[in-house]
Ligand binder design. Sequence first.
Ligand code: SF4
Ligand code: SF4
Length: 94
Amino acid sequence: MSRDELPGWRSIAIGSVIPEPATARKYRTGDWRVFRPVIDLDKCIGCLLCWIYCPDASIQQSDRKVKVDYDYCKGCGICAEECPVKAIAMVEEA
Ligand code: SF4
Ligand code: SF4
């Protein structure tokens, strides 16, 4: 994007003001990630600690089966750290 294409300050929301609800859904914050959590479902015991601890609610679960929502996971590694059976590996993004 060239400098001429950048929005002027009048068109940018005032700092800390959320102009409409749920705006964060539009931002695929998973793009920030350097490492991605990969779950080994053969090791997983379904304790859901990763689901509880994830600060971004990026672990989804259904019937104690977990999966990562890579659109929003930022790769912080907390889930891997907290997993009691080390079923989550942090793998460098390609
Ligand atoms: S790496 Fe961090 S953001 Fe991603 S699923 Fe694990 S705890 Fe959540
Ligand atoms: S913390 Fe580990 S064992 Fe527990 S549900 Fe998550 S991946 Fe499975």
